[in-house]
Design a binder for this molecule. Structure first.
Ligand code: ADP
Ligand code: ASP
Ligand code: MG
Length: 454
C-alpha cells in the first residue's frame, strides 16, 4: 500500500556516522526508528574524501597505490560484514577501478573537473553500501543518484546549485519514489550543464540535505554527526563548551558562515527560505539529544557562540597617491569582483583597504583565492601587502552594536594577542577579529571562559 508522508524527514549522516560497518548500522537504526525518514543523504566514509583529494592532486605511482589500498580496505571492512557481500562488491570494485584510472590521469594532467569527478566516488561508494546495510535489515531502500536532480554551475570544487531546476527535477524524479522506498542518496555532489560531476565544497553534504528538504518541502532536516548538537564553541577546542538546545536560523547561520564546522556555511539558507526546522544530533548517542535550529528563540542571549575560520589571508591595499581619489575604493572593489573574489571582511582607512580572504571551502586543497593574475593586477594600481597563516575568530551574538561593554568583555581577554584586523558595526550579530592562526585556539579558550563559563 502506498503511504503519503506529508512531513517527511531528510536525514543526513556525516563521515563518522558512516565510517565503518558498526557506524552504518547505528545510522540505519536511526533511519528505521522513525517511519517519517524517507530521504537519506550521506557523506563519504570518514577519511575517504581526504584520500580522494590527495589522489586528485596528482601523486607518484607508489603513493597512489598506497592511497588506493587504504581506500579498498575501508570499503572491504564494510563489505566483509554484510551477510551477502557479493551483491555489492562488484559495483564497489568498479568504482575503485575507476578511482585508479582517474588518479593516473590526475598525475599527468590534473584539473578541477577531474578532481570533482574523482572525489565524488566517496559518496557514491558509501551510499551504495548503506543501501545494502538497510536492505539486509529488511528495509525497502533504494539508491538514488543525487546528480540527476542537483544541477549546478561549473565552478568545480565549489559549485552553486540551481534551486529552480532542483525543485522541478526533485518533484518529478524523487517525490514519487519516496512513497515506495527509503531513498538513499549522496551529499556533496551535483552535475553541470555539460554532464560533468561537480562538488559543493568541503562539508557540502549538509547543504545537499537542506537543498533537498527545500525542494521537496520536508517537515524537518536532521543532521547526524559526531557531536550532540551545536555548542557555544567547538567542544574540541573548549571542552567546557555548552550545547545550545534551541537556536535561531540567523544565529546558527552566522556561526556556520564564520566557520563552525558542524554545519556547512550555506546549510541553513534553504531551510530558512522554507522555514524548515533543522535538528543536529549525534548518531553515536541519540539519547544525548541535540540542537533544534528554527525561526525564532525566546530571549536570545547577547553572546551566543564563538566560531573560527582558519586559512585566512589578509590583503592590505595602499593607494599610491598621497591624496587618494574618492575612486580608489570603487576601483579596488571592481577589480576584485572581476576576479570573482568576495571579501566578506573589509576595513578602510584614509588611503588603505584591508580585506580578509577566505579559502576554507573549495574541495581542492589549493588556495585559488589570491591568484597570480589578481596579485599582478592589484600591484599595477596600488602597493599590495599579503599576510597568510591567519585565522578569523568571530563572536556571534545579538544586538552587539547596541549593547555597551562588549569591547571590555572581549578585548580584555585578547591582550596577549596581536590582532591584525577587527570588524564590527556592519552586522549587530557578530564581532570578528583576525589573528595569527596558531593563536586562535588560545584566544577562543580565553574568550569562551570569560563569556560562557563564568
Ligand atoms: P560530519 O562529518 O558529521 O559532517 P564535521 O566534522 O563536519 O562532521 O562536523 C562536526 C564537528 O564540528 C565536530 O566534531 C566539532 O569538532 C566541530 N564543531 C565546530 N564548531 C562546533 C560547534 N559550535 N558545535 C559543535 N561542533 C562544532
Ligand atoms: N565528503 C565531503 C567532505 O568530506 C562532504 C561532506 O562530508 O559533507 O567534505
Ligand atoms: Mg560536515
Amino acid at each position: 500500500m502506498t503511504r503519503i508522508y506529508p512531513h517527511f524527514i531528510v536525514a543526513k549522516f556525516g563521515g563518522t556516522s558512516v565510517a565503518d560497518f558498526d557506524a552504518m548500522n547505528r545510522s540505519a537504526s536511526i533511519v528505521l526508528a522513525d517511519p517519517n525518514v524517507r530521504l537519506v543523504v550521506l557523506s563519504a566514509s570518514a577519511g575517504v574524501t581526504n584520500l580522494l583529494v590527495e589522489l586528485s592532486e596528482g601523486l607518484e605511482s607508489r603513493q597512489q597505490l598506497d592511497k588506493l589500498e587504504t581506500l579498498r580496505t575501508i570499503q572491504y571492512n564494510i563489505i566483509s560484514r554484510l551477510k551477502q557481500p557479493t551483491v555489492i562488491s562488484k559495483e564497489i570494485d568498479n568504482l575503485l577501478d575507476n578511482i585508479g584510472h582517474l588518479a593516473q590521469t590526475a598525475a599527468t594532467s590534473p584539473s578541477a573537473a577531474l578532481s570533482d569527478e574523482l572525489v565524488s566516488h566517496g559518496e557514491l561508494m558509501s551510499s551504495l553500501l548503506f543501501t545494502e546495510v538497510l536492505r539486509e535489515r529488511e528495509a525497502e531502500a533504494s539508491w538514488f543518484d543525487a546528480r540527476s536532480v542537483i544541477r549546478t554551475d561549473d565552478t568545480y570544487g565549489c559549485a552553486a546549485p540551481d534551486i529552480d531546476a532542483l525543485a522541478t527535477l526533485a518533484e518529478t524524479h524523487l517525490r514519487p519514489r519516496l512513497e515506495q522506498a527509503i531513498m538513499i542518496t549522496q551529499g556533496f555532489i551535483g552535475r553541470d550543464a555539460q554532464g560533468h560531476t561537480t562538488t559543493l565544497g568541503r562539508g557540502g553534504s549538509d547543504y545537499t540535505a537542506s537543498l533537498l528538504g527545500e525542494a521537496l518541502n520536508a517537515g524537518r532536516v536532521d543532521i547526524w554527526t559526531d557531536v550532540a548538537g551545536i555548542y557555544t564553541t567547538d567542544p574540541r577546542i573548549a571542552p567546557n563548551a555548552k550545547r545550545i538546545d534551541r537556536i535561531s536560523f540567523s544565529e546558527a547561520s552566522d556561526m556556520a558562515a564564520y566557520g563552525a564546522k558542524v554545519l556547512h556555511p550555506a546549510t541553513l539558507l534553504p531551510a530558512m527560505r522554507k522555514n524548515i526546522p533543522v535538528f543536529v544530533g549525534s548518531s553515536k548517542n541519540t539519547a544525548a539529544g541535540g540542537t533544534l535550529v528554527c525561526s525564532t528563540t525566546e530571549n536570545p542571549p547577547r553572546y551566543r557562540a564563538v566560531a573560527v575560520r582558519r586559512k585566512q589571508t589578509l590583503l592590505r591595499l595602499h593607494s599610491l597617491d598621497a591624496q587618494p581619489s574618492c575612486h580608489f575604493l570603487a576601483q579596488m572593489f571592481a577589480l576584485l569582483a572581476r576576479h570573482s573574489v568576495a571579501a566578506d571582511l573589509v576595513t578602510t582607512s584614509e588611503n588603505s583597504i584591508a580585506l580578509a580572504l577566505d579559502s576554507t571551502h573549495a574541495t581542492s586543497g589549493e588556495d585559488h583565492t589570491l591568484t597570480t593574475s589578481l596579485f599582478t593586477e592589484l600591484s599595477s594600481h596600488c602597493r599590495v601587502e599579503v599576510e597568510t597563516g591567519l585565522a578569523l575568530v568571530t563572536l556571534v551574538g545579538n544586538q552587539l552594536t547596541q549593547a555597551s561593554g562588549v569591547f571590555k568583555d572581549v578585548f580584555a581577554w585578547l591582550e596577549e594577542h596581536a590582532v591584525r584586523m577587527v570588524c564590527h558595526g556592519a552586522s549587530s550579530n557578530n564581532l570578528c577579529f583576525l589573528l595569527p592562526a596558531d593563536e586562535a585556539d588560545s584566544a577562543i579558550k580565553a574568550l569562551h571562559l570569560q563569556l560562557f563559563e563564568s
